[in-house]
Design a protein around this ligand. Structure first.
Ligand SMILES: NC(=O)N[C@@H](CC(=O)O)C(=O)O
Ligand SMILES: [Zn+2]
Ligand SMILES: [Zn+2]
Length: 451
């Protein structure tokens, strides 16, 4: 049984609509929504400050680094980062050490997540043993374990052998699970560290062509079609990928896709400094790709935002660009980047944010207690956002054990004020001097400290 709580959230606007209301939660479930509600028995009160109330976010793509690299992130530090980012569920990728390619590892990660209790941690199972791309992992055992693994991926590596991918898709259909593909033809990306374009050419960096991603997206769409299976595209990064997904959907192929916050905001002009913090897979692309990805997210061709939160130690990032490990932090900055790239330009309203950060990811992976409507009788997995506030990113002060944020010193709009998981407050900003149970955010200005 998971732990639940009771709470009264006052003065919030669900989906940013209408006048502020109160939301009462008893034992993890929303029991009333209206003006001037009394606090349920024994419940804490959160003053929402007139902020926007959304369903808690769901991240289909997180790296928590446990087991194996607990110096860079743990289930605990990553869970805290997730809660501070407004997340109530995250999917922890399998490229740990050892690889999560069997039920003892996936169940272990699941249990750790449950004990910590800050966010629902759903382990992702590897598609192939050791991510080696040769032999299918015991997907059925992982799906049947305590963790009930729903999502499988060799992320970090592409399941590049088409015969293996075909078989994996057939199994996934039989098991009722989903495969998320890291689309990268390895032969086209040998030594690649940057987007294959004019910037990489000028800087003397080996390029990763768009075709390395797009050829796998096209191939997997066709393999999914023939298997009658679903397939999910991790970190879509090019305009061509958008067009291929649009085409495949038109054919009735069950293909879904995510985009990362960094591919929405950043492009390869960032590489001029040779700062390893900007190295990521797939690489930061060009302005035209960014524009296409934003439009595709707005119109639903790309289903959702996923962080690809990828913590790395300082010594693995602060080195020669081609030696730097690929990956960036994402959990604590995702909402703000979505506000900056999608809400501010008018591409998404708050209902749209709920769709791409909570509802669609929960549906894609089949979580029935996340991404739910804000309504009586629904689970209280919620996040409160100050839409007018802003905050300055400092890697040092993030909850993550690593500091590799590409947004260092940037002032970002949209502040997560509190996150609620089944009625329990898992993160909250505000002056710590007050009564421990009361939360009183400073809205509309500089963000308050985490409590
Ligand atoms: N995105 C990255 O650049 N790195 C990820 C792996 C991955 O998502 O491919 C990592 O595990 O560090
Ligand atoms: Zn990947
Ligand atoms: Zn990843």
């Amino acid at each position: 049984m998971s732990v639940t709580g009771s709470v009264l959230i006052t003065n919030v606007r669900p989906y940013g609509d209408g006048d502020p209301v109160d939301v009462a939660v008893v034992d993890g479930e929303i029991t009333a929504i209206g003006a001037g509600l009394p606090a349920p028995e024994g419940a804490d009160t959160i003053d929402g400050g007139g902020g926007v109330l959304l369903p808690g976010f769901v991240d289909l793509h997180t790296h928590l680094r446990q087991p194996g690299r607990e110096d860079t992130e743990t289930v605990e530090s990553g869970s805290r980062a997730a809660a501070r980012g407004g997340y109530t569920a995250v999917f922890a990728m399998a490229n740990t050490d050892p690889v999560a390619d069997n039920a003892s590892i996936t169940d272990h990660v699941w249990r750790l997540g449950r004990e910590i209790g800050l966010v629902d941690v759903h382990p992702v199972g590897a598609v192939t043993v050791g991510l080696a791309g040769e032999q299918l992992a015991e997907m059925g055992m992982m799906a049947d374990g305590d963790a009930a693994v729903k999502l499988f991926s060799d992320d970090g590596k592409c399941v590049h052998d088409p015969v293996i991918m075909k078989r994996a898709l057939e199994y996934s259909k039989g098991l009722g699970v989903l495969i998320s593909q890291h689309s990268e033809d390895p032969r086209l990306t040998v030594g690649a560290v940057a987007h294959d374009g004019p910037t990489a050419a000028r800087l003397g960096l080996t390029g990763w062509p768009r075709a390395a991603e797009e050829s796998i997206v096209a191939r997997d769409a066709l393999l999914a079609r023939d298997a009658g299976a679903r397939v999910h595209i991790a970190h879509a990064s090019t305009a061509g990928t958008v067009e291929l997904i649009r085409w495949a959907r038109g054919q009735g192929i069950e293909i879904t896709a995510e985009v990362t916050p960094h591919h929405l905001l950043l492009d390869d002009s960032r590489l001029e400094t040779y700062d390893g913090v900007n190295r990521v897979n797939p690489p930061l692309r060009e302005e035209t790709d960014k524009t296409a990805l934003r439009a595709a997210l707005a119109d639903g061709i790309i289903d959702c935002v996923a962080t690809d939160h990828a913590p790395h130690a300082a010594q693995e990032k602060c080195c020669e660009f081609s030696q730097a490990r690929p990956g960036m932090l994402g959990l604590e900055t995702a909402l703000s980047i979505v506000v900056e790239t999608m809400v501010r330009p008018g591409l998404l309203d708050w209902r749209g944010v709920a769709r791409v950060m909570s509802e669609r990811p929960a549906q894609i992976v089949g979580l029935d207690d996340q991404g739910r409507p804000i309504a009586v009788g629904e689970p209280a997995n919620l996040t409160i956002i100050d839409p007018d506030g802003s905050w300055e990113v400092r890697g040092q002060t993030l909850a993550s054990k690593s500091g590799n944020t590409p947004y260092e010193s940037m002032r970002l709009p949209g502040v997560v004020q509190a996150t609620v998981l089944r009625g329990r407050v898992t993160a909250a900003r505000g002056p710590a001097a007050l009564d421990d149970t009361v939360f009183d955010p400073a809205f509309g200005e500089t963000a308050g400290e985490w409590r």
